[in-house]
Design a protein around this ligand. Structure first.
Ligand code: FAD
Length: 452
């Protein structure tokens, strides 16, 4: 329990004292150090009025009714990888749940229980020690709460479904100060919303996931020189491939990594990054189908633990400009456009990321969860990072046009939409959004979690 710095207004100090009396965790009136620890991916630090660091779920539940009364914008921050930077608001109260990071495993029922601030990397290590996995995204430092609330697609999704599909239950602290246990029996409507409806329902203090026994995958990177027909063929081969193969196809400038031939470093390449989670023989067949599509210039595919494929990525103070759509076809003309775009973007870091969907993602009925894009063939994500915010500003319309050119319609995956106008309309079809808003109104009647 600590309150730092007295250089704030009376009402903030009074709120801080009140919260401090209610909670075991910390209440901070942020100094520069505390703000730096709360950066959100892809932009300079924001300046919240208060940071609370709960030690327990009960801390969160006790704090929420007081925060409702305060009228301040309230955000939850876990892994800090929100592309729309929605987890910290200037002048608001941040509930920093990163301390809620315990992971417990019930190996008998094959369920893991993880705190709402756990990262994919930490969770993965804990369950891998027992020979299990839950499929998340491609990045270890992303919070499982933020990722799962939006859906969560990664290197196992075509086999085991989205992260939201593996979610069997949640402990949710709601604005009224209750800690609700949400599962298919207790509250199917709320569980529907928590599976892909994005944030806005409360603070998730614990997530419970189905575990799958996978000790090793055959995964890594296949690198090819850029070619439009090849790009289109690679996307089709993954989309039409076995469910055990989940991979993304990237257009990017080759990194200066040891496995990349020197002549290609810094030049556009096609990179297939993914995992086959079936038998070694089936994995070899599936990867060979991709290898046969064009001359492979680098190949790191090997038998590895699933967790070793996840990167740890931070953007520091650099500005991220992101856009997302869904493509039902990737023909040579679109592929040509994707390859040429690297030049137009003039970004120090730019990736055109195509993620074939299908498999287990598509076997869940479209209306069964708030993630409603299960019938789409592939996600398209354009992701750029600029050290200069003026250059980032110039890139925004280029990214938007590129996403439009590569997509069918203007829908996008909520976790990758970034800072675009009207993200909810783009993330959710009308019937999904209407149901979601109805559910949000029951658990957050004042709209506290939608204000920031
Ligand atoms: C480098 C990078 C790689 C990514 N890769 C993938 C990927 O492979 N697949 C994929 O599907 N997505 C991916 N994403 C998107 C990512 O899933 C979302 O941005 C996600 O929301 C990040 O969650 P976080 O906890 O890290 O971020 P935060 O910024 O802490 O939170 C993001 C949002 O979720 C809310 N939130 C977080 N935790 C909780 C909680 N416990 N209770 C209530 N609300 C909560 C926050 O309030 C905020 O609105 C990636 C993002 C980045 C930056």
């Amino acid at each position: 329990m600590s309150i730092y710095s007295a250089s704030v207004g009376d009402s903030t100090s009074a709120l801080a004292s009140r919260l401090d009396q209610l909670m075991d965790g910390e209440v901070l009136v942020p100094d520069a150090g505390a703000v730096a620890a709360l950066t959100v991916y892809g932009g300079p630090p924001r300046r919240p009025a208060l940071i609370i660091r709960p030690r327990t779920a009960v801390d969160v539940a006790r704090a929420l009714p007081v925060l409702v009364e305060s009228g301040l914008p309230v955000t939850t921050r876990a892994g800090g990888h929100s592309f729309g930077r929605r987890s910290v608001a200037d002048g608001g109260v941040v509930i920093d749940v990163s301390g809620l990071s315990s992971v417990e495993i019930d190996a008998h029922s094959r369920v893991a229980m993880a705190g709402g601030g756990t990262t994919a990397g930490r969770y993965g290590e804990a369950v891998a020690a027992h020979g299990f996995v839950t499929g998340f995204g491609d990045t270890a430092s992303v919070g499982i709460g933020g990722l799962t609330l939006g859906g969560g697609i990664g290197f196992l999704s075509r086999r085991v479904g989205l992260a939201a599909d593996q979610l069997v239950g949640v402990e949710l602290a709601t604005a009224d100060g209750n800690l609700r246990t949400v599962d298919a029996e207790s509250d199917p409507d709320l569980l529907w919303a928590l599976r892909g409806g994005g944030p806005g329902l409360g603070v998730v203090t614990q997530l419970r996931y189905r575990l799958t026994e996978i000790r090793e995958v055959h995964g890594g990177v296949l690198l090819f020189e850029p070619d439009a027909h090849l790009l289109a063929a690679l996307v089709d081969a993954v989309a039409d491939g076995p469910d055990e193969l989940s991979a993304m196809v990237n257009v990017l400038a080759a990194p200066p990594a040891p496995f990349v031939p020197e002549r290609l470093r810094g030049h556009p390449v096609l990179a297939v990054i993914g995992a086959h989670s079936g038998s070694p023989r089936d994995a070899a067949v599936a990867w060979d189908v991709l290898r046969a599509l064009g001359p492979v210039v680098a190949d790191t595919v090997a038998a590895v633990p699933y967790g070793s494929l996840l990167r740890d990525e931070q953007a520091g103070d650099a500005t991220a400009v992101t856009g997302a759509g869904f493509a039902d076809r990737m023909d040579a003309a679109r592929a040509e456009r994707a390859i040429a775009a690297l030049e137009d973007l003039r970004a120090p870091v730019a990736v055109i990321n195509i993620r074939p969907m299908g498999g287990a993602i598509a076997r869940v009925p479209v209306g069964a969860t708030a993630f409603a894009h299960r019938d789409r063939r592939a996600m398209v994500i354009v992701s750029t990072i600029f050290s200069d915010s003026a250059a980032a500003e110039t890139a925004r319309p280029i990214v938007d046009t590129l996403v439009t050119d590569l997509s069918d319609g203007d829908a996008g995956y909520v976790n990758f939409l970034g800072d675009v106008p009207d993200p909810e309309r783009r993330a959710f079809p009308p019937a999904t959004l209407e149901r979601l808003q109805r559910i949000r109104a029951t658990v957050d009647p004042t709209g506290m979690f939608s204000r920031a």
